[in-house]
Ligand binder design. Structure first.
Ligand SMILES: Cc1cc2nc3c(=O)[nH]c(=O)nc-3n(C[C@H](O)[C@H](O)[C@H](O)COP(=O)(O)OP(=O)(O)OC[C@H]3O[C@@H](n4cnc5c(N)ncnc54)[C@H](O)[C@@H]3O)c2cc1C
Length: 431
């Protein structure tokens, strides 16, 4: 495996296969094509590969689903399952498991047939894939953002890289993913290019929905925090962070900051309990909050704390904050102890709530949208419009449930595209 620090060198080569997007689908496609002898470059805009893969399954990675009956498995993709019979005949669950097992990653089956690495770490999956790329001599071009594809009438000729360079290849595999967790690199770029090329792309729909809490602060319904820091935790491990407006409702939390994180919450809930932490003093560190509380209590030394605190926190939220901290609301400010003040500071910085569910999640489709399936040849994963273009993974408009079905789609479509891209190059050489 060669890592090009400069795009110059890579742009001087005519590659057999260029894979765009180093997520699970792209890594599988690149490794497979290279293992068949193709000269493969994998182009990734991040510095490292598989950033989203590492956060899957709450950091444990639900690799696939061990449903032994292929028909039952495909039925999980509902109507879209009929498109998948051919690729799954080439590479299904058993092949996927065998792939990981023979590379020393043992797996275990949990509830609902969900398969996880025995290590309980998505890093194990990442390690296997990166080793696969290394052993099959894939060239990785990281920190390289593709800005679009250029074509002639029936083929993609080159990928344009930010900065002006191009990558030429005989075949292109597109694996840029969908739009969820954009901080991992999945910003929907591939959808834009495919639309420009004439493909039908169903707009990925964001499921922005309020969140119900197990213990909503009903008395604070209507209170809005203009710019709270919102952090999601699972098993006490930080999963995501953002800032924005938060609104307390009768059932839980809403407001743009929460709505924008609802997809992540919904995804995480599939793997266990989720806690939302609000930092009500996001612009101040511990010391500053402590100092401002000290000043507040000094200024209002003869007032009771429930009244004094109203200048810092929305009045409807004050009783909840004090009850959480274990401070009697009628305590005079001059008798608030140091320990109580520190505890209050921690409550204000780390106001945690356990999520019950995401409202409307029964109906919401998490990542919905993508390239129309009728425009893909599922025997090869190639586009019907451009014969040397292959489209895989989350780019496809396939609805699926949680439980390992998304990643299995990546393994299967990645394998088939890698095989077909390499075979088509070999066929052309032999002619
Ligand atoms: C929180 C969370 C947990 C999940 N857990 C599971 C789970 O346990 N099991 C499961 O089956 N599924 C899970 N999924 C879904 C799964 O992660 C996706 O289906 C899968 O990552 C899709 O893989 P992909 O290769 O198609 O795209 P992605 O993983 O999105 O990878 C696309 C890659 O392309 C790169 N890229 C994008 N644009 C460009 C560009 N212009 N130039 C160069 N590179 C570019 C990106 O940086 C990225 O590395 C989870 C999803 C989320 C959000």
């Amino acid at each position: 495996m060669q890592i090009f620090s400069a795009i110059e060198a890579a742009s001087e080569t005519l590659w057999d296969v260029a894979v765009i997007g180093g997520g699970p689908a792209g890594m599988m496609a690149a490794g497979r094509a290279a293992s068949l002898g193709a000269r493969v470059i994998l182009i990734e805009k991040n510095h490292s590969l598989g950033k989203k893969l590492l956060i899957t399954g709450g950091g444990r990675c639900n690799v696939t689903n061990a449903e032994p009956d292929r028909q039952k498995f495909l039925a999980k993709y509902k109507d879209d399952g009929k498109f998948l019979a051919s690729p799954f005949a080439a590479w299904g669950i058993l092949e996927t498991l065998d792939f990981f097992h023979t590379r020393n990653m043992q797996t275990k089956v949990e509830a609902h047939q969900r398969v996880f690495p025995v290590s309980d770490s998505s890093q194990s999956v990442w390690d296997v894939l990166v080793a696969y790329l290394r052993e099959s001599s894939v060239t990785i071009l990281s920190d390289a953002t593709v800005t679009g594809l250029s074509t002639d009438e029936s083929n993609v000729t080159h990928a344009n890289i930010r900065g002006g360079k191009i990558i030429r290849a005989k075949s292109f595999v597109l694996a840029t993913g969908g739009t969820s967790h954009p901080e991992t690199g999945s910003t929907g770029d591939g959808y834009t290019w495919l639309r420009t090329l004439g493909h039908t792309v169903r707009e990925p729909s964001a499921s922005l929905v309020p969140i119900a809490l197990t213990e909503p602060v009903k008395d604070a319904a209507g209170v809005s925090l203009p710019d709270a820091k919102i952090t999601l935790f699972q098993n006490n491990v930080k999963q995501a962070q953002s800032r924005g407006k938060v609104l307390f409702t009768h059932v839980g939390l809403s407001g743009p900051g929460i709505l924008n994180m609802s997809r992540e919450v919904d995804e995480l809930l599939k793997y266990g309990n989720v806690t939302i932490e609000l930092d009500l003093m996001a612009d101040m560190g511990y010391e500053k909050v402590n100092a401002s509380l000290q000043a507040l209590f000094k200024e209002n030394s003869n007032k009771v704390i429930r009244n004094a605190l109203r200048t810092v926190v929305a009045p409807a939220l004050v009783p909840h904050i004090l009850s959480r901290t274990g401070i009697d609301p009628d305590t005079a400010c001059h008798s608030v102890t140091r320990d109580s003040r520190i505890a209050l500071m921690k409550t204000l910085k780390h106001l945690r709530f356990e999520v019950s569910h995401v409202l409307g999640s029964e109906k919401a489709i998490i990542t919905s949208g993508g390239v129309a399936l009728t425009e893909i040849d599922f025997k090869t994963m190639s586009s019907h419009m451009y014969e040397n273009l292959y489209i895989i993974g989350d780019l496809l408009d396939i609805d699926r449930p949680s439980g390992g079905y998304s990643l299995q789609l990546c393994w299967t479509t990645g394998y088939v595209a890698g095989s077909s891209a390499a075979a088509s190059v070999a066929n052309k050489k032999n002619k």
